[in-house]
Design a protein around this ligand. Structure first.
Ligand code: SF4
Length: 313
């Protein structure tokens, strides 16, 4: 089970010890590009985030789509997928009993039933977009990582890797939300280019196709065929991003940046943009050549963003 995007993230609601970042995943790279403070609170302070029904539904649907390929092609039917839904939900509940709190006061089980009904719709949508009887994934939920020449560690989980008889590789990611508008399509595909870069640097093969499968809304499949220039550009962008993150880590400056996801952010109470105060910066603030760097402070809205260019730490 992995966490590739915020819609799928169901972090445990228990405090964890603060830690310096050791590498980049697509989700956390996206966090920093969206709001450096959000990145800090998730990756460094590691503040707990309560599970949400939508994120948990995404986790269960991903698990069903992964397990469906345990069955022979002819048995990968909608009925088989639906039969896996309840067991996967029960398995997740066993692993993480706190998820039972997602449905408080649901004595008659109707809220859970509605929630599972929505998951069924997402699975039904998938069968309209892809035909699993014709797919032969080489990998599912594949953990990938590589270290770039600069020493930057990149890592993440790829939902599915298809390899054609000709050797061409396709990377596939399922999204349980709806497809973004054209304006935000590039941001979504950035995650896939990140994975393509990791696979290229890891295996020496540039994936032929990147594919996002959106199960929400009317359903959609978005593809992109990357080339070497694309991946070199992503590599440069990630190196620059890591430099910006390293600078922020050293100074403790992580400006809050209002964005369209603020309404869903679990950290408004720690965010100056919403009248909150971040916890004291937990890492040592490094001294610069001219003496100690001024202490970390909450950044105001006018502070320059660490990166103007724009699901794991
Ligand atoms: S509420 Fe918005 S600005 Fe504040 S930390 Fe969350 S994402 Fe950043």
């Amino acid at each position: 089970m992995h966490q590739t995007d915020s819609a799928q993230t169901t972090a445990p609601a228990v405090p964890r010890q603060a830690a310096a970042p050791t590498g980049l995943s697509p989700s956390r790279a996206g966090d920093f590009m969206t709001c450096p403070l959000l990145y800090r609170l998730r990756v460094i302070d590691r503040l707990p985030e309560p599970p949400s029904p939508a994120a948990t539904r995404g986790t269960v649907v991903h698990a069903v789509l992964e397990r469906l390929f345990d069955h022979p092609p002819a048995e990968r039917t909608p009925e088989r997928a639906l039969s896996l839904l309840h067991p996967q939900w029960q398995r997740l509940l066993t692993e993480r009993p706190e998820l039972a709190e997602l449905f408080p006061g649901d004595e008659d089980g109707s809220a859970v039933a509605r929630w599972l009904g929505d998951a069924e719709k997402l699975l039904g949508q998938w069968f309209r977009l892809e035909d699993p009887t014709r797919l032969h994934p080489a990998e599912r939920e594949l953990y990938v990582e590589t270290v770039l020449g600069s020493g930057l560690l990149l890592r993440g989980y790829i939902d599915r890797v298809d390899v054609a008889p000709t050797g061409e590789v396709r990377l596939v990611d399922y999204k349980t939300g709806r497809a973004p508008s054209r304006d935000f399509e590039g941001k979504a595909m950035f995650q896939m280019k990140f994975y393509a870069l990791v696979v290229w640097r890891w295996k020496g093969v540039i994936p032929r196709r990147l594919q996002l499968v959106y199960l929400g809304g009317g359903g959609d499949v978005v593809t992109y065929d990357p080339d070497e220039a694309d991946l070199l550009a992503v590599e440069r962008k990630l190196e620059a991003l890591w430099e910006a993150i390293s600078g922020a880590v050293a100074t403790g400056r992580f400006p809050a940046t209002r964005n369209r996801l603020c309404d869903w952010c679990d950290h408004q109470a720690s965010c100056p943009e919403f009248g909150g105060t971040p916890p004291p910066y937990p890492l040592p603030v490094q001294a610069g050549p001219d003496g100690p760097t001024e202490p970390a402070r909450p950044a105001g809205p006018d502070e320059p963003k660490s990166d103007e260019s724009n699901k794991e730490s």
